[in-house]
Design a protein around this ligand. Structure first.
Ligand code: MSP
Length: 665
C-alpha cells in the first residue's frame, strides 16, 4: 500500500453465476480496467474490484436442475470468470465471491450496525416475487408479469426482516441534490429521482423460502436478501470485517460502475444500507448502456449472447477493447455487429494508428538511419505549429473525456489527431524531400512532427490499447513500460527523449474481412454449441468452464485447440541469470520476451550455470499468473524437458534463429 498516493477505488458489478460470462460482462470489466490504467498513469493508487454473485434462488434452482450443489455450480462459473479476465489481460486487484467466509462476516457486520441503530424490524410480507430479478414487484397482483423482465411472478408470503427504507427517502433526495454527480450520466439521475420522489416502501431483506444464502445472525431460519448480500461485496473486498486499515484507506468507493438495469439497487438501496450502518457513501454510481444484438439486449434468456474470446483470439485483445469503447456512445445503448467490428479494426487500427506508426518509423529508419528526429526552430512553419497546437489541445481534451469516462469521444479526439498528421504527411511528402539534400533539414522537421504526434497518441491511447501501444512505444526507442509514464496534467510538456528508433513491426496487420468474420463466427459456434455432451452444470448454465469445447475432451485425456491457445508461449532471450540464495535448484533470470523484460525463476540450476545460459533463446510461458518461489517473484515459466530418471532439466530451444518475442503456436 502506498499511502503517499491518492487512492482510487473502482468496482464492477459482481456477476451472477447462473450464466457464463459474455460480451456484456466483459464490456463493464474492460471499462473498469481502462479507468484503472488511466488513473494509475495519473498517479493514483488504484484498486479494482470485481467478483461473482453466488447466492439466491436463481442459482439454487439452476444447480438443482443440473444435479449439483449450488457451491459446485458457483465454483465452476466463478472460475470461468477469473480465467476470462486473465485471458483478456484484465488484472483485477480484488475478486470477491459471495460464498467466502470473509464476505459472510462483512454482511453480518453491516447488518448488525443497522440493527443496533434501529433500522431493522421483523414483519410479514405477502406479494408477487420475481425470481429472475430477485425482487418483489411493486403491484402485488397474482398473475402480473414482472415490470422489469416481463417474466411471470410468484406469490410469496414470508415472515421477514425489513429494512426501513422509507425512513431514508429524504436523506437520499438530499444526497442527490447536494451531490449532483452521485448518479451519472444525468439522464439516469432523473430516473432515480422520480422513483424516490414517488415514495419508498420498506424493503424485505431476509428470506425463508429457500436456503442458499448467508444466515441471519441470531435467526438462522432466515437468509439475507441476495441484493443486501451482493452489494456488501464492495466493502468485503477491501477488508470491511477484518482489515480496518485497508478499509479506511480505500472506502468510500470512487465509482461503482454498473449497467443501467441495476441502477436502483446501487443508487437507492445501497446508500440507504450504508447510511443505516453509519458508513460513508460511495462517491459515484456510473450506469452505462447496454450492448444490443439486432436491437435486443444481449442476455442468456434471449440466447443471443456474443462471447469475447473469438474476437480477442482473431483480432487481439486491444481490438476488442477499442471497438467496445469506441463504438458505444456515452450513456446510450450500442448495437453490436461483427461487420462494424472488423470494419473499424481495418479502418482505425490497421490503417489509422498502425499505419501511422509503421510509415513514420520506416521513414525515420530509412531517411535518418533510425535517429529520433529533432525539432528545428529555423525550419518550423505555421502548419507545423498548427499540428503542435492540435497535439496539445487533444491531450487536454482527451484528459477531460477520460475523466468523465467518455471513451468514445476520447478515442475520436485521438484519432482526429492521427488523421491530421496523416494529412500533414501527404502535404509535405517527406519521400520527396529526401531526394534533395537542401531539403533535409525540413525533412527532419516534418518527421519530428510526425514522431511527436505518434508518441503522444501512443501514450494517450495506452489505457485503451495497452498492448499495441507498448509495442509502438518500444519501436519509438523507449525501454520503459508505458504504464509507468505519466498522464497527469501537462505531461505533454515534459516528455523524456528517446534517441534511436527500433525496427518497425506491424502492430495491427490488416485482416481479410470475410476470413476474419468466418473465423470469429466458427469460434462463437464452438462456444455456443460445445461438441461434447454437456456436463450437468452446463445444462442449466447454458455452458460452463467444464463444458467448453476445449475442456470437453479432457475426459479422453485430450484438450482442444482453444485450451492450447490460452497458453501464451514466446521466444525469450536470457539477459541475466543468478542463483537464488538458499535454493540449490533455482536460478533467477531476466528474460526479454519482446515487449518487456520479465523476471522468471527457473528450476534449472542443477543443469546450467548462470554463465552457460545468458544469451540463450528459450521458450517462455508468458501468461502464467505470478508466483513466488523462495520469496522471489516469478512472472512466467521457462520450458524444459525432464530427462532421465532424475528429471534433469534440458532447456527447449530452436534449431534456427528466431526473433525475440515471437509467439509459439
Ligand atoms: N449480480 C448482479 C450485480 C450485483 S452488484 C452488487 C448482476 N449480475 S449480472 O451477471 O447480471 O451482471 C450484470 C452486469 O453485467 C450489468 O450491470 C452490466 O454491467 C453487465 N452487462 C450484462 N449484460 C450487458 C449488456 N448486454 N450490455 C452491457 N453490459 C451488460 O446484475
Amino acid at each position: 500500500m502506498t499511502d503517499t498516493k491518492t487512492k482510487f477505488y473502482i468496482t464492477t458489478p459482481i456477476y451472477y453465476v447462473n450464466a457464463r460470462p459474455h460480451l456484456g460482462h466483459t464490456y463493464t470489466t474492460i471499462i473498469a480496467d481502462t479507468i484503472t490504467r488511466y488513473k494509475r498513469m495519473c498517479g493514483y493508487d488504484v484498486v479494482l474490484l470485481t467478483g461473482t454473485d453466488e447466492h439466491g434462488q436463481k442459482v439454487e434452482r439452476a444447480a438443482k436442475a443440473a444435479h449439483t450443489t449450488p457451491l459446485e455450480f458457483a465454483d465452476r462459473i466463478s472460475a470461468e470468470y477469473r480465467a476470462l479476465w486473465q485471458e483478456l489481460d484484465l488484472p483485477v486487484d480484488r475478486f470477491v465471491r459471495t460464498t467466502e467466509p470473509r464476505h459472510e462476516r462483512a454482511v453480518q457486520m453491516l447488518f448488525r450496525k443497522a440493527l443496533d441503530q434501529g433500522h431493522i424490524y421483523k414483519g410479514s410480507y405477502e406479494g408477487q416475487y420475481c425470481v429472475f430479478d430477485e425482487m418483489y414487484v411493486d403491484e402485488p397482483l397474482p398473475g402480473n408479469l414482472c415490470p422489469e423482465c416481463k417474466r411471470p411472478t410468484e406469490r410469496v408470503r414470508e415472515e421477514n426482516y425489513f429494512f426501513k427504507l422509507s425512513a431514508f427517502q429524504d436523506r437520499l433526495l438530499e444526497l442527490y441534490e447536494k451531490q449532483p454527480d452521485f448518479i451519472q450520466p444525468d439522464s439516469r439521475r432523473n430516473e432515480v429521482l422520480a422513483f424516490v420522489r414517488s415514495g419508498l416502501r420498506d424493503l424485505s431483506i431476509s428470506r425463508t423460502s429457500f436456503k442458499w444464502g448467508i444466515p441471519f445472525p441470531g435467526d438462522e431460519k432466515h437468509i439475507f436478501y441476495v441484493w443486501y448480500d451482493a452489494l456488501t461485496s464492495y466493502i468485503t473486498g477491501i477488508g470491511y470485517a477484518d482489515d480496518e486499515l485497508q478499509f479506511e484507506r480505500y472506502w468510500p468507493a470512487d465509482v461503482h460502475l454498473i449497467g443501467k438495469e441495476i441502477l436502483r439497487f446501487h443508487a437507492v438501496y445501497w446508500p440507504a444500507f450504508l447510511m443505516a450502518a453509519g458508513e460513508q457513501l460511495p462517491k459515484q454510481i456510473f450506469a452505462h448502456g447496454w450492448w444490443l444484438f439486432a436491437d435486443e439486449k444481449m442476455s442468456k434468456s434471449r440466447g443471443n449472447m456474443q462471447y469475447p474470446q473469438p474476437i480477442a483470439r482473431v483480432l487481439g485483445v486491444d481490438a476488442l477493447r477499442y471497438f467496445l469503447l469506441r463504438e458505444m456512445v456515452f450513456g446510450q445503448d450500442g448495437n453490436f455487429s461483427r461487420e462494424s467490428l472488423i470494419t473499424r479494426y481495418n479502418a482505425d487500427l490497421a490503417n489509422g494508428l498502425g499505419n501511422l506508426a509503421s510509415r513514420t518509423l520506416t521513414m525515420i529508419e530509412q531517411y535518418l538511419g533510425g535517429r529520433v528526429p529533432a525539432r528545428s526552430a529555423a525550419e518550423e512553419n505555421d502548419r507545423d505549429r498548427e499540428v503542435a497546437a492540435l497535439r496539445q489541445t487533444t491531450c487536454e481534451e482527451v484528459a477531460r473525456f477520460y475523466d468523465s469516462y467518455d471513451f468514445s469521444r476520447a478515442l475520436e479526439s485521438i484519432w482526429g489527431l492521427i488523421a491530421e498528421v496523416d494529412k500533414y504527411l501527404v502535404e509535405f511528402q517527406p519521400w520527396l524531400l529526401v531526394k534533395e539534400q537542401s531539403k533535409w533539414a525540413r525533412l527532419e522537421m516534418v518527421l519530428y512532427t510526425a514522431y511527436e504526434v505518434l508518441r503522444t497518441v501512443t501514450r494517450l491511447a495506452h489505457p485503451v490499447l495497452p498492448h499495441a501501444t507498448q509495442q509502438i512505444w518500444q519501436q519509438l526507442g523507449y525501454t520503459t513500460r508505458l504504464e509507468s509514464e505519466s498522464l497527469s496534467p501537462n505531461w505533454w510538456n515534459e516528455q523524456k527523449p528517446a534517441f534511436q528508433v527500433a525496427a518497425p513491426q506491424a502492430v495491427f496487420p490488416r485482416v481479410d474481412k470475410t476470413e476474419a468474420f468466418e473465423r470469429i463466427e466458427a469460434m462463437e459456434d464452438e462456444i455456443r454449441n460445445p461438441a461434447a455432451t454437456p456436463s450437468a452444470a452446463s445444462a442449466a448454465a447454458g455452458a460452463s468452464a467444464g463444458s467448453s469445447p476445449a475442456s470437453a475432451g479432457a475426459a479422453s485425456g485430450k484438450i482442444g485447440i482453444e485450451d492450447f491457445a490460452k497458453v501464451e508461449m514466446r521466444v525469450g532471450l536470457i539477459k541475466s541469470a543468478e542463483r537464488v540464495a538458499g535454493a540449490d535448484k533455482l536460478l533467477k533470470l531476466l528474460v526479454d520476451i519482446g515487449d518487456e523484460v520479465r523476471q522468471v525463476v527457473a528450476g534449472i540450476a542443477t543443469a546450467y550455470t548462470p554463465e552457460q545460459i545468458i544469451g540463450k533463446k528459450v521458450v517462455v510461458v508468458a501468461n502464467l499468473a505470478p508466483r513466488k518461489l523462495r520469496g522471489v517473484e516469478s512472472n512466467g515459466m521457462i520450458v524444459a524437458a525432464s530427462a532421465g530418471p532424475d528429471g534433469r532439466p534440458v532447456l527447449c530451444t530452436f534449431t534456427e534463429d528466431v526473433p525475440v518475442g515471437a509467439r509459439l503456436k
